[in-house]
Each structure stands twice: as C-alpha cells, then as structure tokens.
Design a protein around this ligand. Structure first.
Ligand code: FAD
Length: 554
C-alpha cells in the first residue's frame, strides 16, 4: 500500500460543532466497524458521510494496489463532484477504527447546497478541489492506452479531459511498460486505443458514447420523464439556460453530444468575459458552470446527440442518435456552431493526428518544443497563437488577407507583434498536407507573390470560424440563408401562432434558440450566456400558457 503526499485543508475542511448540529436534521447516524468499506470504487448513489467520531481512509485503487490518499478525522466529510449527479465513486472509503458517521443522502445534500450559504460553499469548494486533485494525480477508474499517432486516441483523451474524468494515459510510443499492461488484459497493440474501466472492462477503440456509458457519466438520467425544459447543447448558452432554469425550479435536462463547454471549452484563455480580469480557460469556465447547473439539480446527459426535433407542438420529442426519444414541454436549442474546415482532400486523415481545432493543454503537450502553424485571423487564432507560443518552438500565423487589424482585437494584435516566437504570414494559405500516420509537412502559398513553401511542421491549428449545428433541425425551424435559426421579430410570416413571438423564440412556439446558432447573434461567450439566461424567462411564460389538458396528459 502506498501513501500520497500531504494535501491542503481546503480539500478536507473541518466543520465546527454548530455546522455539524445543523446537518443533523438532514442525515442519519450510523456506526462503522474498523476496516469496514463505507463505499467502494464504482459505487453510486451513496450519500456524503460526516465523521462524528473516529476516522476514515480515502483510498485510490488501481488493479494492483491501494494508495491511501488521505486519512480524515472528526468533523470532516467525504464526497466530490460526482456526488451531485449520482455518478460512480472514483475512490474507496474505509473505516480506520470504530467510527460514528452521519450519512446525508443526495437530495438532502442538494437542499443544503441551495439553502445554507455557508455549508453550501464549504461542500462545493471541497468537492471541486478534490476533483482537481483526482485529475492531477490520475486517481480513478480509467486507464487509456493509446498512441500519439492515432486520431482516435486524441479524440478519447480530449473527451475524458473535457469531461474532467480522471484517467491514466499510457502511450505505446513512449512508455516501455505498456506491453506489461497490455499483456495483463490480453490485448494486442493493433487494438489501441484501449480503455480499461474499473480495472476490468476493456473497450477497444470505443466511441465517446461507449466511454460515457462505461464510466456511468449518464447515471441518474430519467429518459421517461416529460421535462419542463430540454436544452440541446452544453456550451456557454446551454449551461446558462440550465443554471437559470434549474435554479428557478424547472425540471431541466441538457443533452450534449461531446462535453460541456462547447467552442469556449476549446479556448485556452478567455480574457474578455466579465468578472475574470486575469482571464479564464474555457475548460475551467465550463467546469464551474457544469457544477453550478448540477448544484441546482439540472441533469446533464453526456455524449448524446439530438438527431431530430419530432413534434410540432408541446410536449416536444427529441430523437437521439442512439434511437431513443426524450420529451419536454419546452426546448432551448443551444447547439452552437462547429469549426469550418479547409478544402484539402486529405484533411480528415490528419484530424487529431496533426490537425487540431482547439488549443488547450492537451494539444499544447502534443506540440511541446515543436513548430506549429495556426490558420486564421480572428480572436480565437490570436489566443491560440499566444497560448501555444509558450509551449511550441515557433508559431507561424497564416492569414489570407493583408493582416489582423480587420479581424482581431487590438490587445491581441499588440501581444502578437511583441512576441518573438510568433511569425505573422499575411496573404498566405495552406495548399497541401503530407505525412504517413501523422502530419509531417505543410505546404503554403503566398497569394501575392505566388511562391509556395514546404515546411516540416507536424501541427496545424485551424481557427477559421464556424458554421451552425443545424443539420438536426432541418425542415423543423425557420432558418436564414446561412442556416442559422431565425427568432422573434426576424420570423415575419414564418411565425403562425396568434400571439406575437417572444424574443429568442423560433418558428415553433415554446422552442427557443440561443447563442451562436441564432441568426444575428453576437458570437461571444457573454452574449451566449446572456441569451441562455434570458430565454428561461420566456420558457416560464410559455409553460404558464399551457392548457390544463396538456399538463394533465403529461
Ligand atoms: C477557440 C475559440 C476561442 C474563443 N474565444 C472567445 C473569447 O475569448 N471571448 C468570447 O467572448 N468568445 C470567444 N469564442 C466564441 C465563443 O466560444 C462562442 O461564441 C460561444 O462558445 C458560443 O456558445 P454557444 O453555447 O452558443 O455554442 P457552442 O459553444 O458552440 O456550444 C454548442 C454545444 O452544443 C453541442 N451540440 C452541437 N450539436 C448538438 C446536438 N445535435 N446534440 C447535442 N449537443 C449538440 C456542442 O457539442 C457544443 O458543446 C471563442 C471560440 C473559439 C472556438
């Protein structure tokens, strides 16, 4: 058995007597014998345990050994972010001696978070700090075995990373011990990427949905309910709608095809979002919003995509890509936009193995000390250039036009001009890509001189804007010529109901569109968050309009 280094008390803050007394009304007392397992790795739906007397061991479990992460004593409590959603535990917890405990179930825990400011803050802060610790120390139930030349490995690493699921990554190209792990599970090198869940279940090149299923990321989601509100997409606009909807008492389900955060989640640093003067990574902003939504009781389904909107009046049916259906009295469409691609024949071959659409820590690790190319002249390209210049050997920033002044904020232009690790290449376009399993060479051409150049560069970041994610809505909602969803006054004759449409309401009454997917929206985090929050006010009005007959039928 191994021991972990000392951790700070922000992770296990002791509660005082008065606070424990307040919690008494929400829990049930129980006794544990020395050595008794209180909950195990993979257990779900148990409560949080407050130690009234005695002590507990919090233990990380790998296939071969236990690691005592911490011994906690009187006044402290168990639990982490998974406790909010009823997902499976990532650690084992054992009584070290005869111990007296107060168990608080999930629904009471949520009540405390919502009604007791002081205790709510203590619990939430501890849960978040513990999750960060588990991620940093790869404590949990997942081992991913992959290769840096494999796009599916990149996909799964990004999926686990963006969902904040702690995992150990073993790279077959770099780690000599990998064969030993593979032998243990009778896996051939040709099967990678491989995901080992809970020390046993082995998935060979799983889809994101299979990985989510394996880790129980969607545990506790009721597919048979008629929700008050289904939000499609967990980018900034969808998460804002979830926080406001759930905090105002609506029964809310969010459906997200990959991971919370959307486009913003792929940004290394957002500096213009109000309240974060030092900037915040898109991933951190998404994690905070995700915890906030769960705190208020919103349900968030991960790796599930909406495939169609079926009915034309409430309750609406959303068909998912796995063939299942969900029902709701109102819908907020927040499925945003996806990255525009370059018109290069073999582009798809290198996506995830040399071609990337976001610049986060995952990508930065892959191109550490190597040259990179970024295509694009907008703020996202500028942020990526600044972020990657701290990791890569050199950054080539390619723009089709004469420069950045038309498309990028001045604060970023000034930083780029002052950064020796970045070379701006105006009038330049990527014209070809080459390589075997991984991107090896990038060809670019100067549109003014006609000169072409080939560089042995293995990392290309495409930051060339986005197109709306509306294919799943085709034929159901009125859209503009670029397939963004029309709302409110823009609908004109496409609105057929007797009352005027609410702002942000689409051509279907009770279905709203917010954020980047909405025609005429400002493509910014703040405006997406604002629209997601506002739409909830209109949802209340629509739900209040419902006929009693409809309410009774659901
Ligand atoms: C790299 C980068 C950096 C940026 N930096 C900034 C910045 O510094 N400041 C700023 O203000 N803005 C910035 N932006 C813009 C900002 O991120 C977007 O305006 C904002 O994310 C839009 O939010 P949204 O919720 O409307 O959509 P999105 O962020 O696009 O989120 C949509 C979500 O819906 C999901 N989805 C799509 N289709 C489906 C489906 N069928 N079923 C279920 N889920 C689905 C997607 O997976 C995604 O998670 C940046 C964008 C990028 C790409």
């Amino acid at each position: 058995m191994m021991a972990m280094p000392e951790q700070t008390d922000s992770m296990f803050p002791p509660l005082n007597d008065a606070q424990i007394a307040r919690l008494g009304a929400f829990g049930e007392k129980r006794q544990a014998q020395p050595g008794e397992i209180i909950f195990d790795l993979g257990d779900a739906n148990h409560g949080v345990f407050v130690i009234l007397e005695g002590s507990l061991e919090i233990i990380g479990v790998s296939d071969t050994e236990e690691t005592v992460l911490r011994v906690i004593g009187q006044g402290t409590f168990t639990g982490e972010v998974n406790q909010l959603s009823g997902r499976r535990s990532l650690v084992r917890c054992r009584a070290r001696e005869a111990t007296s405990l107060l168990e608080i179930g999930r629904s009471n825990l949520r009540r405390i978070l919502q009604t007791d400011d002081t205790l709510g803050e203590i619990f939430l802060r501890a849960f978040v700090v513990r999750r960060l610790f588990l991620i940093d120390h790869s404590v949990g139930d997942a081992i991913l075995i992959g290769s840096s030349n494999s796009s599916d490995t990149f996909r799964l690493r990004a999926f686990l990373g963006r969902n904040g699921h702690p995992h150990t990554y073993v790279d077959v190209d770099r780690d000599p011990d990998v064969q030993a792990v593979l032998d243990q599970f009778e896996i051939h090198l040709t099967d990678i990427p491989v995901l080992i869940c809970s020390g046993k279940l082995v998935l060979r090149n799983p889809t994101n949905a299979e990985a989510a299923e394996c880790f129980g990321l969607n545990a506790g989601i009721d597919e048979n309910s008629v929700y008050d509100l289904i939000v499609v997409g967990a980018g900034p606009s969808g998460l804002a709608a979830a926080v406001y909807g759930a905090s105002e008492g609506l029964n809310v389900l969010v459906v997200e095809s990959t991971a919370p955060g959307g486009q913003a989640g792929s940004s290394s640093r957002i500096e213009n979002y109000l309240g974060f003067p030092m900037g915040i990574s898109g991933q951190e902003l998404a994690n905070r919003a995700f915890v906030q939504a769960e705190k208020f009781g919103a349900h968030i389904a991960i790796a599930r995509s909406a495939r169609a909107l079926k009915s034309i009046k409430p309750p609406y049916t959303i068909e998912l890509d796995d063939g299942k259906s969900l029902h709701s009295r109102s819908i907020i469409v927040a499925s945003g936009a996806q990255y525009r691609k370059l018109n290069l024949a073999n582009l798809a071959q290198y996506e995830g193995s040399g071609v990337y659409y976001g610049a986060t820590q995952v990508e930065a690790q892959l191109c550490s000390n190597e040259e990179v190319v970024i295509v694009g002249g907008g703020n996202s390209a500028g942020q990526a250039a600044m972020f990657l210049s701290a990791h890569a050997k050199h950054v080539h920033l390619l723009v089709r036009g004469p420069g950045l002044s038309e498309t990028m904020s001045q604060y970023l232009i000034s930083r780029i001009e002052a950064c020796r690790e970045i070379t701006l290449r105006p009038w330049t376009e990527v014209v070809a890509l080459e390589g075997e399993a991984h991107l090896e060479r990038v060809h670019w051409r100067n549109g003014q001189t006609g000169e072409t150049d080939v560089q042995g560069i293995q990392h290309l970041f495409l930051m060339t804007g986005a197109c709306p994610n509306t294919s799943w809505l085709s034929g159901c909602l009125a859209m503009d010529s670029k397939l963004f969803v029309k709302t409110g006054p823009d609908l004109g004759k496409e609105w057929t109901s007797t009352r005027p449409p609410f702002m942000l309401e689409t051509s279907l009454p009770g279905v709203f569109a917010v954020g980047d997917i909405r025609a005429g929206s400002v493509k910014r985090v703040a405006s997406a968050v604002g629209e997601g929050s506002m739409a909830v006010q209109f949802v209340h009005r629509v739900l209040a309009e419902e006929t009693p007959a409809l309410r009774a039928s659901t």
